[in-house]
Design a protein around this ligand. Structure first.
Ligand SMILES: Cc1cc2nc3c(=O)[nH]c(=O)nc-3n(C[C@H](O)[C@H](O)[C@H](O)COP(=O)(O)OP(=O)(O)OC[C@H]3O[C@@H](n4cnc5c(N)ncnc54)[C@H](O)[C@@H]3O)c2cc1C
Length: 481
């Protein structure tokens, strides 16, 4: 073929843009770069049937609405979303055959199994003469790019973040102004056929009012937060009773409806004011460094000495924790918030996780699994590293002997008990003096508030002082082994 006609031919060959956890049109390097070629685009989402770890129920719920929203955002720039399911390699092959696409663009993923899948597909397609391009969309710095002076990855957050900040490219990409869609409407699965919504639709309907899923919801949440609450973030971020104390952007980030670059850019003229907030984005980045370098972060203790920890198996106590029936109001409010809204406040995550691990001596992996299934922001890196941080088994973790007190944490961070009242209405008439420790309230006060301990609200499943001592002994036994 002559050079000119070969180029013309390639100009008309479609590009497949594969969406995964980057469900947005703004600052999407794969989409942006593909649109810039001027070639026809096929935007595709493949519901992977070979998932190494099945997506949790709350994440599937989010994904359903997020794909709906992406579809509508793509339609606004004259593109379609083609939804398929199966093994990624096979579903891609079918799409390539049907369309004659000669290039595939995607944004990179960082879980080992996904890296392996993507590497295999890339190598196979390249051998067959197709071109594959991949990009960084979801992190400020990719997990292999920030190294210590000796060439290792950072295991401690503060020096990591000091270094990482120097390399941030702050410019997000615009959404494509115009894009050329593939000329035919391709067969696409109905989202309902993916069975993403929970069988018990009640549960999905219950969490829906708390969220506006999709990029527009994400950008609104960012702008509302940046136009006020950010100024008090340092004081309010630990207060679960203050509704806008934190940004609640985590599920939007987890599905890539917004990018950390967009967030950084939003504050670029006031980095100092937003420093504390952006440092939290830094923790997300650091979690990816840990996951990339320790692919089994959700299964294996980072600190190996924790392999000998003597966890207790107790399904009754595990269930009491999951359902918010431990008898400790701050812990129970957190677990009920998780069930009711699909999200839990960060301060409360630390306390509920600590309670499971240290007061009940239940393996942190049980808690990690429950959070993974029920959080709308379930993230393979942040969830596993958050659990290991609390357990003391992680890199740069909170020391094991730091045992959060489940009622004084509440007294400190929910001083009027408003958070408790919201999620445990049974306790709403208790005076604030007793709301975090109803077991101390005199009988007439309990009666007046219509609280019947052991009946309409549980007695503590374990006594705090006893549990604390037992946890410290378990740790001491570990040290002496
Ligand atoms: C046991 C445990 C489990 C956790 N599981 C998850 C999880 O599955 N997914 C998840 O996104 N976060 C997780 N976190 C981190 C944190 O609790 C949430 O990111 C935060 O509560 C989300 O609320 P926000 O968006 O309002 O946070 P903001 O305070 O507004 O922070 C902004 C963003 O920074 C990031 N961020 C904040 N704190 C952390 C942190 N400690 N570690 C990593 N990233 C952080 C999040 O992306 C968050 O959206 C976990 C923490 C713990 C202790």
């Amino acid at each position: 073929m002559k050079q000119a006609s070969k180029e013309l031919f390639i100009l008309n060959e479609p590009i497949i843009v594969l969406f995964r956890r980057d469900l947005r049109v703004f600052d999407n390097p794969a989409l942006h770069s593909a649109a810039n070629t001027g070639r026809p685009l096929i935007c595709a989402y493949i519901w992977e049937t070979e998932q190494n770890r099945e997506m949790g129920a709350a994440s599937k719920w989010w994904l359903y609405y997020s794909l709906q929203s992406l579809k509508s955002d793509l339609n606004k720039i004259d593109l379609n979303l083609t939804v398929r399911k199966g093994l990624t390699s096979q579903a891609l092959d079918i799409l390539i055959k049907q369309t004659g696409a000669s290039s595939i663009y995607w944004n990179r993923r960082y879980e080992i199994e996904n890296i392996e899948t993507d590497t295999e597909i890339k190598s196979d397609l390249t051998k067959r003469g197709l071109s594959v391009k991949s990009f960084n969309a979801n992190l400020l710095s990719e997990p292999w790019s920030i190294k210590t002076k000796t060439g290792n990855y950072y295991k401690v957050f503060t020096p990591y973040w000091r270094e990482a900040k120097k390399h941030i490219n702050t410019e997000p990409l615009p959404k494509p102004n115009s894009a050329l869609s593939y000329h035919e409407i391709l067969e696409s699965l109905d989202l309902d056929s993916l069975n993403l919504l929970p069988k018990n639709s009640n549960w999905g309907n219950k969490i829906k009012p708390y969220w506006t899923v999709g990029s527009e919801g994400a950008l609104n949440a960012l702008s509302n937060f940046a136009n006020g609450p950010i100024k008090n973030y340092e004081e309010n971020r630990n207060r679960p009773d203050i509704d806008n104390g934190t940004s609640k952007l985590s599920p939007h980030l987890a599905f890539g409806e917004i990018s950390p670059r967009q967030i950084w850019h939003f504050f670029k003229n006031d980095l100092q004011m937003a420093d504390k907030y952006l440092t939290e984005i830094g923790w997300r980045e650091f979690s990816y460094v840990l996951l990339y370098n320790n692919p089994k972060l959700a299964d294996d203790n980072f600190k190996k000495k924790f392999n000998n920890f003597r966890w207790q198996k107790n399904n009754v106590l595990l269930d009491a924790w999951k359902t918010g029936n431990t008898g400790y109001p701050f812990v129970d409010a957190g677990m009920r918030q998780l069930w009711k809204t699909g999200w839990q406040h960060n301060r409360v995550r630390m306390v509920t996780a600590s309670f499971l691990i240290k007061h009940l001596l239940i393996d942190w992996r049980e808690g990690e699994k429950w959070f993974y299934n029920t959080l709308v922001d379930a993230d393979p890196a942040s969830n596993a590293s958050g659990w290991q941080w609390v357990a003391g088994s992680g890199a740069d973790a909170s020391p094991y002997f730091r045992i959060f007190n489940p009622f004084s944490q509440g007294e400190k961070f929910d001083p009027d008990g408003e958070y408790i009242k919201k999620f445990i209405p049974e306790l709403k008439n208790l005076p604030k003096k007793y709301i975090h420790r109803p077991w101390d309230a005199p009988t007439e006060i309990l009666q007046k508030a219509n609280v019947k301990l052991g009946s309409n609200y549980p007695k503590p499943v374990v006594e705090h002082k006893f549990a604390r001592k037992r946890a410290l002994q378990a740790y001491a036994a570990l040290k002496s082994e």
